[in-house]
Structure formats: C-alpha cells, structure tokens
Design a binder for this molecule. Structure first.
Ligand SMILES: [Fe+2]
Length: 528
C-alpha cells in the first residue's frame, strides 16, 4: 500500500484505542438491547414473503482513478502492513449484530457446532488434498452436468473446468502476451525487479480470451448455479467483462506469495446492510441453513465502502483464471479452503467471538475448544479486517480454520483449463513456485448483468477506450502509450461486445421481468 493510501485509511479510521488496548480482560456477558436499524436487519426473515427487490447500497461516488501502483499495494500480506484499529462505531455495529439474549444463545450454540465441524474437516482435507476439488470438462459442464457435480461445486465453492478453450489457443495467447510485453518494456508489474504480475488489461490476447464464446458459455453455466427471484433485476445468462491482470510466474519465485484472503471487500460484509443480509442466517446463529448461492442481496451489496486499493466495484459471482501453462501443486498455483459454507460461517462469526485464555496459556486443542471462546461485546476489533483492503486470514486471527493444514492446492492444469472459485472463497497463491516452467494465467471472472455491474462496465469502457487501467485497479497512464494494444474493433461477437458495454442488450419477448429490467436499466446506464 502506498503511504498516501495508508494515511487515507488512517484518516478514515480516525482516532481510536489500539487493538490490544481494546482487549480488556473484564468479561461481562451483556444481554444487549436490540437496536433499531442494524438489529432489525439481522432478526428479520424474508422466508415465505414476496418482497420487492432490495434497493442497492450506495456505491462510492464518483468513481475516480486510483493511485498508481501494482498488486503489491492491494494486500497487507504483500505490503507488510499490519492490522489497524477500528473506530468506536464498529463496537456499535458488532453489538447490533450480536443482538439480544436469544440471538446470543443461538450464536453461542452455532459457534460450538461450527468449530466442531471445522475440527472434523481439517484432517479430512489434509488427507484428501486435490481430491477435495471437483473437476469437469467443458462438454460435461455445459451440455449435461450431473447433479453430483453441481452439489460438489456448491459444497466446495471451487471447480476446475478442463479444455474450456483449446491448448493451442491458450498457448497462442501466452505467446502473444510475451510479444506484447517485449514491445512495451516500460510495463509495470510485481515484483518491480522481476515483473511477473503485469499491469496490463487491454492486450489483444486478453480481449480475445474474455470474449471467447466457450469462456462466456462457462461463465453463464457458473452464474446459473445461483438463483435470483424472478423480479430481481439480474441476468444470470448475460456475463459482463471485468478486466483484470495476468500473471506469468517464473520458476523459483517466492515473492508473489499471496496469503489466504477473500475478494469482495472486507468489513463491508458486516457494515453494509445489503451485504450483511447475504449472511443473515449465519448471523442469526443458523449457519447450517446458509445458502451461498442466492444472488438477490449480493447483487446490490456495496463491497467497496472505502474506495480501497483492493476493493471490487462489481458483484463477482466467481473469480477465475484461464491457464496458459501446465501447472500443478507446488508450481505457484491457487490454493483454497474447500468447504464454502463452513468457511463462510466461520469468517462471519469469528469477529463476534474472542478467546478467554490466550494461545500461549493452553494446548492447541484446549485453545480452540468452544468453551474457551465467548461473545465479544467490548472491542471494535473485526479480526484482520480492513477499511479499503481485502479480507485476509491467518492462523493467528482465524485459528479454527487451521489454514496451514487446510488450504489445498488445486489439481494439475493444462493450457486452456480454467479454475473458478466462489466470490467468498478463502484463496491464496502458493508461496513458492518449484516447477520448471511458467505458471501463467489470465484472471477472467464470472460477473452477471446487474444495474450496479453495468455502472462499473460503463466506467471501465471509458478507461478501455483510453487504454488506461480499469477503475478498480492502480491508476496512471496504463497502456495508453503502448504499442499493439487492443481496441474496440478487436472484440468479436455480440456476447463479447455486450459484455464490454459496446453494444446494447437485446430486449426480447421471452425475458423474465427481472431479466428485462436488468437489460433495460443497463442499456440506460450505458447510454443506449
Ligand atoms: Fe483474490
């Protein structure tokens, strides 16, 4: 993170007591009064009611170019920044979520069942390794996905889609990318002295990969794993483009060691009312009933309340990459915690609890035991959360996940294979690349058409046409002076051009009310 951004985050945070100072040892269990607003969000159930779609949370406005930088400015684990204290208002937020005595009782019970479940999972994950990750082929996934495959993807939150594009095409993209980088040696990248994660967004190879009909078909299939009410202004059949970087990681690299994190903001998951609503069941102490595949509130959540370097301006149903290399475990590949519901329940409940006795005082099992943890109604701390950064995790801040045992590397991939992971997933990049060849991927996510996402695509289109970095990424002149940069006319096919906001969405008679509304609103946003 640049010093400017650090000072901005501190200015937002304002004066506050230190994290350690907040951890008073006075432990009184308080039956908290339900507060207006926040508490009603947590206790209200929408089951069995037909409600109008929720209004979107306000986006940070106006969207302005970000400071120059690279991926190192986005992650505390890459920049070396430590957890910052939160202002007092976060204590009110936490107390409101913890709620009244009934909710507290449910939360305590759910903490016990969840931590027991996590303790069961750790040895299972450690034993199964890559077998935890569902794998399929393009044909099987698009043409006739089995019920078992769908259930496995929903449970794990991750899937490998083989042969999404041909090996030849993917290798050709790598070759073209290398040629583009060679033509433009001034390109920024991380690490600066041995660039491997490149600040390029508009190479012709990237444009082709994003608009590839088979890639768009996979994106549609992934989006339809989610469900949305028929009136919600969401189109799961219309993927949008979210332009991102690419990486070509060299053998031997140990710098791009991206620690465990979730994309899609950090404290926003608790602070933004629509985002919090996604996790309502968990915060009501009913984590077993949590469905990570409902899109309604996700689509209108504000994941970027602090315009941070690591925030995401769209609702990204799946993050994903398309491989341009043969890469397996220990070769600088992706790692995930492969149980989506349990992982999400823990990440949401963790800040509501604190340990009674510290790790140094107990053996490992006794430290993690549910009776060593209690609801925290006294501190502003949300473990390892940040204002304007990704949510990161480690064994100290999120001990029950036992990440050093449970983050598994995905299976071997070939050029043209894709890895996809749900937007809440805790994921990381292997610290060391011990392979012999490059570990090369293009980051291409799966993003549904919604009015808020169309709003981002409008701003992204402006930056694309000027060959500058997309709105969510470190700013500057980008590729505006580069040679061989892709242009609008290089994007082929209506679906690919729609995804970039270059053509209006068709309004046909067979659309659901929500689909039609999403397309109409998007056309308006995009000026068609
Ligand atoms: Fe990420």
């Amino acid at each position: 993170m640049s010093t400017t951004l650090i000072s901005k985050a501190r200015a937002i945070a304002g004066p506050s007591r230190s994290v350690s100072g907040a951890r008073t040892r006075t432990r009184t269990r308080t039956a908290l009064p339900a507060r207006r607003g926040l508490a009603s969000v947590v206790s209200e159930s929408s089951a069995g009611r037909t409600a109008p779609p929720p209004p979107p949370s306000p986006p940070p406005a106006p969207r302005s170019p970000r400071a120059e930088g690279d991926i190192g400015s986005v992650f505390a684990s890459l920049s070396g920044e430590t957890e910052q204290p939160f202002p007092e208002r976060f204590l009110d937020l936490k107390r409101s979520i913890i709620g009244d005595a009934d909710n507290q009782a449910r939360l305590r019970h759910s903490w016990t069942t969840l931590t027991e479940r996590l303790a069961q999972l750790a040895p299972e994950i450690e034993r199964k390794q890559q077998a935890c990750i569902p794998q399929t082929t393009y044909e099987a996934f698009i043409e006739n996905p089995s019920k078992e495959l769908i259930e496995d993807i929903k449970s794990c939150g991750t899937v490998i889609v083989r042969n999404a594009v041909s090996e030849e095409e993917a290798l050709q993209w790598l070759e073209e990318t290398r040629a583009y980088l060679a033509l433009n040696p001034q390109v920024k990248g991380f690490p600066a002295d041995d660039k491997q994660v490149f600040e390029i967004y508009w190479s012709k190879a990237q444009l082709a990969a994003r608009a590839h009909p088979r890639s768009l078909a996979v994106q549609r299939a992934l989006l339809t794993l989610f469900s949305a009410p028929p009136t919600a202004p969401v189109s799961l059949l219309t993927p949008l483009t979210y332009a991102d970087r690419l990486r070509i990681r060299n053998p031997g690299d140990a710098k791009f060691a991206l620690g465990p994190h979730s994309d899609g903001g950090s404290i926003e998951r608790w602070e933004d009312p629509n985002y919090r609503k996604v996790y309502e069941r968990i915060l009501q102490g009913k984590w077993e009933d949590f469905d990570a595949w409902q899109i309604e509130h996700r689509a209108v959540a504000n994941q970027d309340m602090y315009h941070g370097a690591g925030s995401c301006g769209v609702f990204r149903a799946f993050q994903g990459w398309t491989s341009m290399s043969h890469t397996g475990p220990n070769e600088g590949t992706l790692r995930v915690f492969p149980y989506l519901r349990e992982m999400t329940a823990y990440l949401m409940l963790r800040p509501l609890f604190r340990e009674k006795r510290f790790r140094a005082e107990l053996d490992h099992e006794s430290y993690l035991a549910a009776d060593n943890w209690e609801l925290d109604t006294e501190s502003t701390r949300f473990a390892n959360s940040a204002l304007g950064r990704c949510q990161e995790y480690n064994d100290e801040t999120h001990p029950h996940l036992e990440l050093s045992r449970t983050m598994v590397s995905i299976p071997q991939v070939r050029p043209g294979d894709q890895a996809w992971w749900h937007g809440d997933m805790i994921h990381a990049v292997e610290a060391n690349h011990r392979g012999k060849g490059p570990s090369a991927v293009m980051y291409i996510p799966s993003v549904p058409l919604t009015p808020l996402n169309a709003d981002y695509v409008r701003d992204q289109r402006e930056m694309f046409l000027a060959a500058r970095p997309p709105p969510d990424f470190p700013g500057g002149v980008g590729e505006s002076s580069f040679k061989g940069t892709g242009r609008a006319e290089d994007i082929e096919g209506l679906a690919g051009r729609n995804a970039m906001g270059l053509e209006p969405f068709e309004i046909t008679g067979d659309l659901t009310e929500g689909e039609r509304s999403a397309r109409q609103q998007a056309n308006k946003v995009l000026g068609f």
